[in-house]
Structure formats: C-alpha cells, structure tokens
Ligand binder design. Structure first.
Ligand SMILES: [Zn+2]
Length: 653
C-alpha cells in the first residue's frame, strides 16, 4: 500500500509544519507546553489517585525474557515500514503533560517486546504486532497460537522464535478467534509441503471472512480515527492503543480449520499435547475459544480476557457485544480452569499464581457485568445514555486494578453500548425522534446565540476555564455552520486537550485525529484491500453481492429493470442479479427468466475487480472475462452503483 504510507508521511510532515507556522493570535505550543493548566491538573489528579509506581505488571511483563531485538524492523509488501518498536522509544520515564499518566504506563508495558518463556514448553512472541503469537511445544514441533495480523509480522515473529528456541517445524495452528489480528499471518507459519491440524472455533471462516464486508467502507475510515493512523508517534500524537502498540497493515491471509471447537469443555490432543477447550461465541468476537493445558496448568484466555477494559462497542463502528454472555464465559472459565497457575492471552503479558489469576478473572467478569447491570438499573429509572454514562464509574474494588481500567473500552462508551443493545438509538424523548440534521441545527443554534463572533467569545471563555466538553459542543455547531479558520483552530486545540487527558488509547486517537484534520483537512488515507486477497478469496461471493446491493443508488435505480447473469467459470456457479423496486437482488441462477446481459468471469478476476486491482472495462476481451447480451444494460447496471466516497469528512460537514 505505497500511497497509504506516503500519505501518512505527508500528513506527519504537514502536522509538524502546521505547528511551526500557526499564525493565529495564540499559537499552539509544542512539547509539554501544549498541555493547558487544566489538562496538567487533571492528569496530575489521576496520577495521585493511582498506584502508578506499582511494579507488579512490569515484573510480569518482563518475566521470562529470552531475547529482544532492539533493531526490530518489519517491512510491508511495498517496502515501507510495517512494524518498528523503536518508533515508540520516546515512551519512557515520567508521563509528559500531554499524555494521560495511566495510559502512559500501559504504553510503557506494551512497549516491551521480545521472545518470552511463559511456562514449561510455552513461549510468547510479544510486541511484533498488535497481538501476541504464542508457541506451545508439541511432540514434533511448534503449535502456533494466533499467527498475528500479517504474513510479514508473523514471518519475523516465528523466525525470531526459531532462532532462539530451535528450528522445529510448525506442527499445528490454533486461531483463537475471528478477528484478523489473530489469523492474518497464518500462511506465513503453515508448512508449504503438508497439511497440519488447524483448530478454530465453530463459524470461524464465515465470521472471519464476512464480518466487516458490509460495514467496511465506513468502518475503515472510522478506524483511521480510532487507531490514530494519521498521527505522528509522539507525546503529541499516537502513543498506544491500550491493547497493544498499533494495528499492523500488510499481507493478510486465512486458512480453513481442519478441526472445530464447538462445545465446552472439549478435549483434544494436538501433536501430543492435551488441550481442554472452552467455546465462547458472541463474546469479544462472534467466533472465539479459550483453552487450558492441564500439564502446565496454563490457561489461555484468548481475547475474552485482557489487561484492560475491552470494548462492548468499538469506536470504529461495529455491532455491540453481549456483556452478559461475555461475563458468564469468564465465570465459566474461572470454575472450569480453577487449577490454573499460569494465565496468558492473545494480547498483553501473562500472569502467574492461582490466587492472582482468580482475582483477575473475577475483576474482568465484573467489569462487564457491572456496566451491564448498572446501565439497566439507571435506564429503569428513565435515564438516557448520556445521563447514564455521566453517572457511572467502576467501584473502587475494580477501578484500582490496572487490568480493569479503560485503556481500550471505557465505562462511558461501554454503558452506551449496553443501552444500545437493549433500546437502540432512540432514547424515548420526542425531541430526539426527528431533530434537525447537523448543519441545519448548527446554523439555527449559532443565530440563536447571537451569531458567530458571540459564539467564538463564549467558546474562548469556556476554553480558558477548561470546560472542554462544552467548548467542543459549541464549536462543533460553529464549524458545521461554516465558522471558519479561527473556530476550527480553537476546536482543534480543544480536541487536543481532551486527547491529552484521555486514559483510553482510542479516545486519545479519535480526539487527536480530529484536531489534525481540523488543521490540515481530511486525511487522504484510504485503506487498500489488495493485501487482503489471500483472505478475501475465502469470502463467499454472495457477501460481495450484498456489498454491491448496498452501493446501489436507490434514487438513480428508480424504475430500472435490469437482469444480469454472472457465471464464475472456475467455481462452477452462476447467479442471477436483478434490480427491482430500487433494490439489488441475487440468487443462484435458476434459468427461465429474461437475462439482459451475461458475464462469465474467473473468481480471481472478480476479486481483482472488487479489490480495485483491475477494472471490468480493461478486462473485456481477456480470457478471464466474457460478456454477452446487451452491453448497454450492463453499463447502465454499473452506473447505478455508487463509488465509495472514502475518505469522507467527519469533523466538518
Ligand atoms: Zn485482538
């Protein structure tokens, strides 16, 4: 994805340039001085309230270190930097005033990378990706648990492990769940010459290859904010996601499982090692498992457990998760695997000691259940999402433990997720049933408040008071009402302060990405799917038809009647697609209906077109594509599909 890296670089340069040449009356200071007195005070208050010098996590995160490659540098498919931990070398010592001290502590822990011994025959490569690769010694080779996000990072991780642990083959792979950071690198660890056992939870392939296809165009743009992909890595920019350093973008693959986990408990012997699996669907991921190794008394919590409060709702935009089910699986694991002396997982560092693990599991179990139950308790009294989020905080018994804190999810947005799961977007108040859309509302609010200058004065006064959430609401109206450069600059400063105070990595990245775009305009970054071809070839073609239907422009399609037949030459499958009532339908071809135009295409070329590698027009006449029937109808059909408008504006209309 060369253009992606270039645009990231351009933005980073533009960001530094903007800071240098800002010529508004009060130029934004750089370095520590960028934090206002209010931000400084808020961060100091939190630092005092937490036992930040507690060393237990650091001891556990460093325990068992075998080797660390300080020079680690993984290049992407285009030769650009894909992974380089030294980019985060600035994360050391005391927290700067521009970073929440609790997030800074988590960022320091997530900086620790290398190969670690977890227990007899259990190792982890950590900090080679957002996620961990775990290695379990089998009779004939390594059982790889979670082969990272990309083939590039997985290649580096497995090579590093082999260099220090011995060059044994990979004898099996376990993919704990259907999120890409736990399987995308699989082709890099599978032997080329033979089939080995590949274990995954039931419905893994369907979920892994289809989960985000329909939501993709919107979700990927919003992920850019959530992970701060355009931000420089610096005390003024991205420091950590909370869950790990950052997502990896490279060549993504998948491999179909040879054995499925679909019940609890489920015993399996893999390369001579006894496993007890727990099936945990619809928890952190739609398809997920955890497991226990009786011989080592080791429990792998996958991502059902992590050393932060996870997301019941993820800010990139996704379906909300089931808090009760999630919590119940943790309780089930606590009882089922109560002999565990070691805990390790798909993110973060391990834990040792039966009592420690039990306390940790009780805490994680109750973080989700507390938010669930208390949200409902307040909803029963008629409180609405923003009111509930404002009142809720974890009880001290949970909040004092770092592993329960909101480095990734937060009490605020997770409680809104619980509300959403039960009650949806409408809070019952008719003022919110059909309110004016943002621009129209903004114009009327600004006029009602006495015009743009008056609102700027109000905003500046509130900014000076440190009332940043209110400033953001005021100035968001002003920017949506076309408020101009000064409004954008003050809103950018406001979002920056909110970012500097945020304990959650995603909150920080969302605020700071917004500030960056207010100053420099909408990011040019788009996500190229080309690197995901090894995964997308397993995505059922029906999912792409679903996505195509969601691109049909309903207004343009009014009154259109077009019927196509698409035959996949190499899949031996034919589909009829037709437009009716401005809706695109498809079904396996039955024949008998009128067909205006037929396409015979290879699956490979179809994917290339979907991925933007080839265009239909260029390929007409090639042996991978044959078109017959009415060319006009075919052109008309494709003209009804909207082009993706990514990257769309977020912080302005
Ligand atoms: Zn993950």
């Amino acid at each position: 994805m060369p253009s992606k890296y270039r645009s990231a670089l351009r933005l980073a340069i533009a960001a530094s340039a903007a800071l240098l040449v800002a010529c508004s009356p009060s130029p934004e200071p750089t370095g520590d001085g960028a934090a206002s007195g209010h931000t400084r005070a808020a961060n100091e208050r939190l630092a005092k309230a937490l036992p930040l010098d507690d060393q237990r996590d650091f001891k556990e995160a460093e325990r068992g270190l075998i080797a660390r490659d300080e020079q680690l540098l993984v290049k992407g498919p285009d030769g650009g930097v894909l992974w380089q931990p030294s980019q985060y070398d600035f994360v050391k010592g005391e927290a700067p005033a521009t970073v929440n001290p609790s997030l800074w502590r988590q960022a320091k822990l997530n900086n620790l990378h290398g190969l670690y011994r977890v227990a007899d025959g259990i190792y982890q490569v950590r900090g080679y990706d957002l996620s961990n690769m775990s290695l379990i010694e089998g009779d004939s080779g390594w059982i790889v648990v979670d082969p990272l996000t990309t083939q590039e990072t997985a290649t580096a991780a497995i090579a590093f492990a082999r260099k220090h642990l011995g060059d044994k083959p990979v004898s099996a792979v376990i993919m704990t769940h259907s999120h890409v950071d736990h399987f995308g690198g699989v082709l890099a660890v599978l032997p080329k010459d033979r089939q080995i056992p590949i274990v995954a939870p039931r419905h893994f392939m369907e979920e892994a290859t289809s989960e985000n296809v329909l939501a993709g165009p919107t979700m990927s743009r919003r992920a850019n904010y959530m992970y701060g992909q355009s931000l420089p890595k610096s005390p003024l920019g991205h420091v950590d996601t909370g869950l790990g350093k950052a997502p990896a973008f490279g060549s993504v693959s998948i491999a179909p499982p040879t054995a499925l986990v679909d019940k609890t408990p489920q015993q399996m012997v893999i390369d001579g090692v006894e496993f007890q699996f727990q099936y945990t669907p619809n928890s952190e991921a739609p398809a997920e498992l955890t497991f226990y190794l009786p011989k080592q008394k080791a429990f792998c919590g996958a991502e059902v457990l992590s050393r932060n409060m996870h997301n019941l709702y993820t800010l990139r935009g996704a379906k909300v998760r089931d808090a009760l089910a999630w919590s119940a699986y943790i309780e089930e694991a606590r009882k089922l695997f109560d002999q565990a002396e070691v805990y390790f997982a798909s993110h973060h560092w391990p834990m040792w000691g039966r009592e420690n693990i039990d306390t940790f599991l009780r805490g994680q179990r109750d973080v989700y259940k507390y938010i669930h139950d208390q949200t409902l308790r307040l909803a029963y009294k008629g409180y609405t999402p923003r009111e509930i989020a404002e009142q809720l905080s974890l009880p001290n018994s949970l909040a004092k433990t770092f592993a329960n804190r909101g480095y990734y999810g937060t009490v605020s947005h997770n409680s809104k997720a619980v509300y959403q799961a039960y009650f949806g977007w409408f809070d019952g108040n008719p003022a919110n049933l059909n309110p004016l859309p943002p621009v129209a509302a903004a114009e009327k609010y600004i006029a009602a408040m006495g015009g743009k200058d008056a609102v700027m004065q109000l905003a500046q006064a509130a900014y000076n008071e440190g009332d940043y959430r209110w400033v953001a609401q005021l100035l968001n109206h002003l920017v949506f009402a076309g408020g101009g450069k000064n409004a954008k600059e003050l809103l950018a400063k406001t979002y920056s302060q909110l970012g500097y105070q945020a304990e959650s990595g995603p909150w920080r990245d969302v605020y700071l990405s917004a500030a960056l775009e207010l100053r420099n305009g909408t990011s040019e970054q788009t996500v190229s799917l080309a690197g995901a071809k090894d995964m997308l070839k397993y995505t059922p073609v029906e999912r792409f038809f679903d996505a195509m239907a969601a691109q049909l422009n309903g207004v343009k399609a009014e009154g259109k009647d077009i019927r196509l037949k698409v035959t996949f030459i190499d899949l031996n499958k034919s589909y009829e697609l037709w437009v009716e009532n401005s809706v695109l339908h498809y079904q396996v071809a039955e024949g008998g209906e009128r067909i205006d135009s037929s396409i015979r295409i290879s699956h490979e070329l179809f994917l290339d077109i979907v991925l933007g590698i080839s265009s239909l027009a260029d390929m007409v006449g090639s042996d991978q594509l044959e078109v017959s029937g009415s060319a006009i109808k075919l052109v008309q059909f494709f003209s009804l599909l909207d082009k993706s408008s990514e990257p769309f504006a977020i912080i302005e209309p």
